[in-house]
Design a protein around this ligand. Structure first.
Ligand code: NDP
Length: 290
């Protein structure tokens, strides 16, 4: 199958590599050097320009937000061919996705939103969980491609449903990271060793992905790698909060989580990792994790 892959960032770069094992993959990236490197290292084809991506049967986008996806749709639209499938793996905005679907449908192009979870390591190992929104027949086509990127592929609902559940699940994670950090900090202030506090948490009812996998490396071992940009996580929680407003739903915990993450992003800057919000929890208490 001819696939055009657009967006060779932390996630897109390894995802395109896996697709190239079975498909004829053309790559395009805003910073061309990355696409050149991909073509060199993985035998993919370098698109001469963005318009060349319209020759593919399937176009995959993996970009920061739906805004950047829109910026790619605009120039590609005149070149697109009927029967093409557009898979957007970006963690995007369901409202924007539904508008994108309409614009593409006018050209006879099908759209599936297919955001992923599982981090860069999941993209590297092709073990991502992929949640899809779209018509059943389009999702079946998308699965044929994305099975090379993930083990768990779930059809969630209509277009936008994949994007919706993605931002909701990331909001659950964000709130869990924050409350776990608060309670572990309090344990520390009470004189309980952080190793012991983590051990007890992970043996009991407070256990979570945050306490088992995300926080020990940072709080106990003082290693703060950049794994997932806080800017991306904040974007996801802001989308979730906007969806709540749209639904006239009462979700105070979500609203607070969004405020805390946006404040943390403003404090820590665009280059911060998402778990660095734990540093803000400590800072709000006039201390640090050192
Ligand atoms: P990165 O920031 O590493 O990569 C972003 C990509 O988008 C790069 O290829 C970048 O190009 C390109 N890009 C940025 N702005 C534009 C623009 N205006 N026009 C065209 N291309 C642009 O992001 P990730 O790969 O980490 O994340 C991508 C998506 O996946 C996000 O929605 C994120 O929330 C989601 N996600 C990320 C995970 C992670 O652990 N990193 C896990 C699960 C989902 P350039 O090389 O020129 O900068």
């Amino acid at each position: 199958m001819k696939i055009a892959f657009i967006g060779l960032g932390a996630m897109g770069y390894p995802m395109a590599r896996h697709l190239s094992k079975e498909h004829d993959v053309t790559v395009w990236n805003r910073t061309r050097e990355k696409a050149e490197r991909h073509a060199r290292e993985h035998g993919t084809k370098l698109a001469n320009d963005l318009a060349e991506c319209a020759n593919a049967e399937v176009i995959v986008t993996m970009l920061p937000t739906s805004k950047e996806v829109d910026e790619i749709v605009d120039p590609l639209l005149p070149h697109l061919k009927t029967g093409t499938l557009w898979i957007d793996a970006t963690s995007g905005d369901p409202n924007v996705s539904r508008e994108t679907e309409k614009r593409l449908a006018e050209k006879g192009v099908a759209f599936v939103d297919a955001p992923v979870t599982g981090a860069v390591v999941g993209a590297e190992n092709a073990t991502l969980t992929i949640m899809m929104g779209g018509r059943a027949e389009d999702v079946e086509r998308a699965k044929e491609v994305l099975r090379l990127n993930g083990k768990t592929l779930i059809h969630v609902g209509d277009v936008g449903a994949g994007h919706a559940i993605k931002v909701l699940t990331n909001s659950i994670m964000g709130a869990t990271v924050w409350i776990t950090s608060e309670c572990l900090l309090l344990a520390k202030r009470l004189g309980i060793d952080i190793k012991t506090a983590l051990e007890v948490t992970n043996a009991g009812s407070g256990r979570s992905n945050a306490s088992e996998n995300l926080l020990p490396m940072r709080l106990r071992d003082h290693k703060w790698p950049l794994v997932f940009k806080l800017a991306h996580h904040d974007k996801d929680i802001r989308i979730a909060n906007a969806l709540s407003h749209q639904q006239h739903a009462s979700t105070p915990m979500l609203a607070l989580t969004q405020q805390l993450f946006t404040a943390s992003l403003n404090e820590l800057g665009e280059g911060a990792d998402y778990i660095e919000v734990a540093k803000i929890v400590a800072k709000m208490n006039g201390t640090s994790w050192d």
